[in-house]
Design a protein around this ligand. Sequence first.
Ligand SMILES: Nc1ncnc2c1ncn2[C@@H]1O[C@H](COP(=O)(O)OP(=O)(O)O)[C@@H](O)[C@H]1O
Ligand SMILES: NC(=O)OP(=O)(O)O
Length: 320
Amino acid sequence: MSKTVVVALGGNAIQQVDQEPTYENQLKKVEKSCQFLSQLVKQGYRLVITHGNGPQVGRLLQQNEEAQAVVPSMPLDVLNAQTQGFIGYMIEQSLLNELKKNHLEASVVSMITRVQVSKEDEEFLDPSKPVGSFFTEEEAKELQESKLWDMKKDANRGWRRVVSSPKPICILEAEAIRELSENNNIVVAGGGGGIPVVRNDSGIDTGIEAVIDKDRSGCKLAEDIDADVFMILTDVNHVYVNYGKPNEKALRNLSIEELEAYIKNGHFSKGSMGPKVEAALQFAKTGGTSIICALDQAEEALQGKTGTIVKPVEKRVTVS
Ligand SMILES: Nc1ncnc2c1ncn2[C@@H]1O[C@H](COP(=O)(O)OP(=O)(O)O)[C@@H](O)[C@H]1O
Ligand SMILES: NC(=O)OP(=O)(O)O
């Protein structure tokens, strides 16, 4: 049977950092990304695609705030839904067009996906998820004062606005996503980490303002649908230890224990590689294979030829 691969597309697959974030530029980037994804379809993998929304949801939030004197603004959970819609649309159409060019028959479906979180999550007290554009330290201070934005330094790349990012507890549409995938649909799901909702004691769900990390919810999705591989596609081909230093070393094949030791020794920064390695570790612990690599190397990484690959000791036993 075909292997099911949950692919998490990073911001770099949707938007080039050095380009203006117009719709046309983002679409061009997504079209390029879909050329690589179509190669995986050609190889016979079942794909479930998830994607980030940090830059997009931050800008949408700003648009809403700037225009609220004339048009009512929408809460952040609704803005997450909007980004799932527009990014899902770009991926769905670009991938279908690419598959057609390659004479491949497939159906692509985007699923509006809600993800349960806890309103007690400590992230609501200390937001850490960077969204929107990058700013200098001076600009960040000015925005903090004038617009009351929470601003934090994002690794070595500048300052960004931060919002709360609670941990995903449960992907509420997981069963529907699994069924669509088992019925040979390529599914785009859990975009932007999913729409965060909280459930009360009577089982009633309500949206809550936050942005979930897409690597964390991608891992949960891969777990919930029993995927064989969880693949995080970004702009570096390996995870490195001593990243950016003269003694940096690419990690290729490693065990759960080895990765755990590197995480413990603080090799991975919080706003970028940290959530990816933690999600990769978590999925490998459930018995699946995790891969972190560059988007253009996805096909080779699935063949074990490149990328950072974390393998479990024992395969997962599925109870039917
Ligand atoms: N230890 C590390 N190994 C590899 N890349 C790292 C490491 N630490 C930080 N990075 C940075 O993480 C970036 C990928 O994270 P990010 O930009 O958040 O990804 P995406 O937007 O694709 O999800 C890389 O471009 C790299 O600069
Ligand atoms: N929601 C999310 O994690 O988006 P990015 O990957 O774009 O930051």
